[in-house]
Design a protein around this ligand. Sequence first.
Ligand code: GLC
Length: 470
Amino acid sequence: MEILHVSVECYPMAKAGGLADVVGALPKYQQDIGHIAKVVMPMHRTKFLLDNEWEVVHKGGFNMGSSYFDFTIIKEKTNKLGFDLYCVDIYGLLDREKIYSYDDDTERFVAFQIAVLEWLRHWQHQPDVVHVHDYHTALIPFMMKHCFVYNQLSKIRTVLTIHNAQYQGWMNWEKATYLPAWDTWKWGLLDWNNTVNPLACGIKCADKVTTVSPGYMKELFQSANGLEHLFYLEAYKCFGIINGIDYAVWNPKTDTYILDNFTSKDVSEGKTLNKKKLCDDFDFNIELPLFIFIGRLVGEKAADVLPEAISTAYENFGEIFSVLILGSGEKNIEYQLELINKQHVGYYNTQISYNEKLSHQMYAGADFLLMPSRVEPCGLNQMYAMRYGTVPMVRRTGGLQDTVIDYGEENGYGICFSHANTQDILQAMGRALELYKNKKLLTQLRTRMMSVETNWETSAQQYIDLYLSI
Ligand code: GLC
């Protein structure tokens, strides 16, 4: 089978979050099991773009509303990612440093989708499946079926994967004129609550809809930022498929980003050496348990509760643990977290940045990873932590609930709690501090979590089975 993935993120070309990791890994594993998988994404101006060689494979142009745009499709020359990677450059719209947060994001993403279809209709052999990811690409199934100019693409099967239903890409109805002429009887497919809702449209028009864990799929019927009822209507074609993690990138045995490589057999020594590196770099005491948080500093990840929770933990337990935070996001949360730097010198540090290398070193050297997320469709960080023998401390939600078993339960290895608030986080930290004293149990749990299967093979096959079903 031939599958074309369409996404605005793909690791290592451009990453803002887990979407990039998934789109950078799933196609590789689909190739491994004998299929052809390709990725097409916007040409963001990233380091990967500048460091690699590209060839031009197509040039074209299209109208969007009253504007005309030229576009170019380029392909990474060496196939170094294990699949063909294509980027779309649209003059004036896509050649930029950031992936999101421009005033004209609507125009940028709609134009990207049109360019992809303009290119696709010139392919000699069409793919069997077009697999789109999140709202930025969710208008594609509609356009393939209902824009007259893409009639020849209407038989290609489409799958939409929702990595996050909070963002839906709402557009003013006036902007519906951006789409190439479509059958206006079908306006209801674009609409949800009197606006054009690209995510809702994708759910209605794709042949299958998936999200990234069975647990999150169930939650969407109760809480989907306004789309709950739509999930009821379309339930028959909705599935949860858990993400895997890319063992070629996330393997403590071979990881070149970490100081000392290790396996489950020498996990205690390996982690100690890696922890020493972190403690030296941040001036922490290696004897104390080290908690980390890695991720976007936003409400969805419950990063807003961290400042109070951490300060209260130092008040209640004393300076008997260290905390290292890596991420960026809402300015107010960044500011509050940075304030703690001055209050607990030698025990606490915030790194406001995105730093892939440091994140690997943190998974390798930390004792506990905190993930109190309010919403977590799958979550990859808890799986990275497990692979590196770092105890995941997670709120019971979405994919976190599907992947972490509390160490109080049979075969468990993590610490689970129910609410994203100071009280629950303190309780969880209290349990972590106790566990840290019991080195024998801690080593047992580390060995156990490192052997949990979180690889892509099973899930990659589940996607293939899903494609076959349509
Ligand atoms: C989004 C979700 C996260 C998921 C990732 C990859 O970033 O918030 O939970 O793991 O997508 O699917």
